[in-house]
Design a protein around this ligand. Sequence first.
Ligand SMILES: [Fe+2]
Length: 147
Amino acid sequence: MKITDALFAEHVVFHNMFDHIEATAPGLKTLAEIKCLATLVEKLLEAHSYTEDKLFIGPLEHCFEQIGQRETFHQEYEQIEQNLELIQRAKQLKQARLLLLGVVLASRKHFDKEERIVFPMAEQCLSSRTLVALGHKWRAQRQLPTR
Ligand SMILES: [Fe+2]
């Protein structure tokens, strides 16, 4: 399997989780429930972006230079991380809920950009052989804890 197919499949799982959060978060009555969902998003995103950074972004570095989006991608992800931290410190349900729904929206946009820009760029810049070799690495890494 190519690394791009593997990462895309991970995105699909995220979108399912995001659908669930968007459907249920408006009805949740406690801050703890929102924080619990935020922790789930944080842990899964952490593992996904660790894999993406380690296996994918490095070999693509030279392509990013051409399109000049490297910094934007990094900043978007940092913003998502910061908002997830803010949720854990939040004292009000309403504020935490808004932040969580914001994180979901920002993550969807970030994933969409990766799918529209980064994955096709990788398929152009890297050979099929490299994409498959990175897919094998992805599989090996996903069988082990990331930390
Ligand atoms: Fe991604």
